[in-house]
Design a protein around this ligand. Structure first.
Ligand code: ADP
Length: 447
């Protein structure tokens, strides 16, 4: 096992990794920008190194500075968290070539899944159902017109290098298609430096259902059930739950087994998530994330596993200590993403936190790096806390979530807590009656 792990991230996820390492007897190194000198992850890690200025390009994305910090501190492995360099194949390669272990998959698997066209092709080849669409990048407008006619409107144009919902455009008719392709290309070029786009059937009312997998370097793969992440705004997840309120036991077992056997055929190692859209009883693969996800705690709550611990163990070459038949799913879990933003306009709201009081009690978990007096910097993602609640069933879980949200005090900045409170009062949400477009309508009605 590793003696020392460097965490190339910040915020709640850096803290999450520090916690897992400490419980495993592994020492930790935090890296931070000058804006994060007082951050909680820096305080709780065993050592810390300042790696650059506030802008992420000079610090959390600065590969050389991170590798230097690992060298200076004598770390054996680097945990990338999520976001930043977590799905950067070049970084994973550099980490390994400098003699450190990258706590993640091989660079080849990151590269394959980072190119969504290659990912869909690989998925098809290992028996995963995909959304109908183009087999490769869209080459010409004529090809796109012909293909869109075949699969039927509306269609979605997506960036091959896409992420975070950027570079995606819907075309509802042939006349919209040319403009949509142009816009998607421009957005993709600006955001990802790669303007390859592809075409997919646009599903009208699907749910976003993703399957968590865990694979070691010895060919053992398990799936840890699904998460329903259909509550999204601008393709960004707001609230996630496990199990999904709509999946039957048969569908759950079926998609879990498809994911498990596909991952095993790919020879993949690490935690990973296969994302699907689910409509009328059918699953359609959209992408695979080759890292830990923000919403991993809901899976931990219903499986009773520490995913970060397992991720570190498999990176160190240890075999999984259990097989699929040992995995037991119990109860229900929901995660609310709490962002530093106005709950009506969604405008970011960085600044100094006044009083801070996190909820507690049975079945309540808060993953957050906030504390009273901490100044939320304006330079990074607005996620400041994750409230994760567990209950024996969905009803109990939602009642508990409501009381936990009522207890949560974060003064001095605006947060999305009021949005979550309103959501919990909505009868459609309570009934589990929502698809990926539902939240946008809810927000429009309620703000
Ligand atoms: P990103 O990597 O940018 O997050 P994804 O491919 O994961 O992109 O898609 C993000 C979200 O966009 C999905 O969760 C879903 O809400 C929506 N989406 C993606 N593909 C489709 C589709 N074919 N039809 C309808 N909605 C889609």
């Amino acid at each position: 096992m590793f003696d020392k792990v460097l965490i190339a991230n910040r915020g709640e996820i850096a803290l999450r990794v520090v916690r897992a390492c400490r419980e495993m007897g592994i020492r930790t190194v935090a890296v931070h920008s000058t804006a994060d000198a007082d951050a909680m992850h820096v305080r709780l890690a065993d050592e810390s190194v300042c790696i650059g200025p506030p802008a992420a390009a000079g610090s959390y994305l600065n590969k050389i500075a991170i590798l230097s910090a690992a060298s200076i501190t004598g770390a054996n492995a680097i945990h990338p968290g999520y976001g930043f360099l977590s799905e950067n194949a070049d970084f994973a390669e550099m980490v390994e070539s400098h003699g450190f272990t990258f706590i993640g998959p091989s660079p080849e698997h990151i590269r394959m899944m980072g190119d969504k066209i290659a990912a869909k092709k690989a998925a098809r080849e290992v028996g995963i159902p995909v959304v109908p669409g183009s087999d490769g990048p869209v080459e010409s407008e004529t090809d796109a017109q012909a293909l869109a006619r075949d699969i039927g409107y509306p269609v979605l144009i997506k960036a091959a290098a896409g992420g975070g919902g950027r570079g995606m455009k819907v075309a509802r008719s042939p006349s919209e298609l040319v403009d949509a392709i142009q816009m998607a290309r421009t957005e993709a070029r600006t955001a990802f430096g790669n303007d390859a786009v592809y075409l997919e059937k646009y599903l009208g009312r699907p749910r976003h259902i993703e399957v968590q997998i865990l694979a070691d370097a010895h060919g053992n793969v398990v799936h840890l059930g699904e998460r329903d992440c259909s509550l999204q705004r601008k393709h960004q997840k707001i609230l996630e739950e496990s199990p999904s309120p709509v999946l039957s036991t048969e569908d759950r077992a079926r998609i879990g087994e498809i994911a498990r056997s596909a991952i095993s055929r790919l020879g993949y190692r690490n935690v990973g998530t296969l994302e699907f859209l689910y409509e009328d009883g059918a699953f359609y693969f959209i992408e695979m994330n080759t890292r830990l996800q923000v919403e991993h705690p809901v899976t931990e709550m219903v499986c009773g596993l520490d995913l970060v611990r397992e991720q570190i163990r498999v990176a160190a070459g240890a075999p999984l200590g259990f097989s699929q038949s040992d995995i037991r799913f119990t109860g229900h879990s929901v995660e609310c993403r709490i962002n530093a933003e106005n709950p009506n306009t969604f405008a970011p709201s960085p600044g100094r936190v006044g009083s801070y009081h996190a909820p507690g009690g049975l079945g309540v978990r808060v993953d957050s790096a906030l504390y009273s007096g901490y100044a939320v910097p304006p330079h990074y993602d607005s996620l400041i806390a994750k409230l994760i609640v567990f209950g024996a069933n969905r009803d109990e879980c939602l009642m508990r979530l409501k009381r936990a949200l009522m207890e949560f005090v974060i003064e001095g900045i605006e947060t999305s807590i009021p949005l979550h409170m309103r959501l919990l009062d909505d009868p459609e949400f309570s009934a589990g009656n929502y698809d990926i477009h539902w939240l946008e309508g809810f927000v429009a009605r309620n703000t």
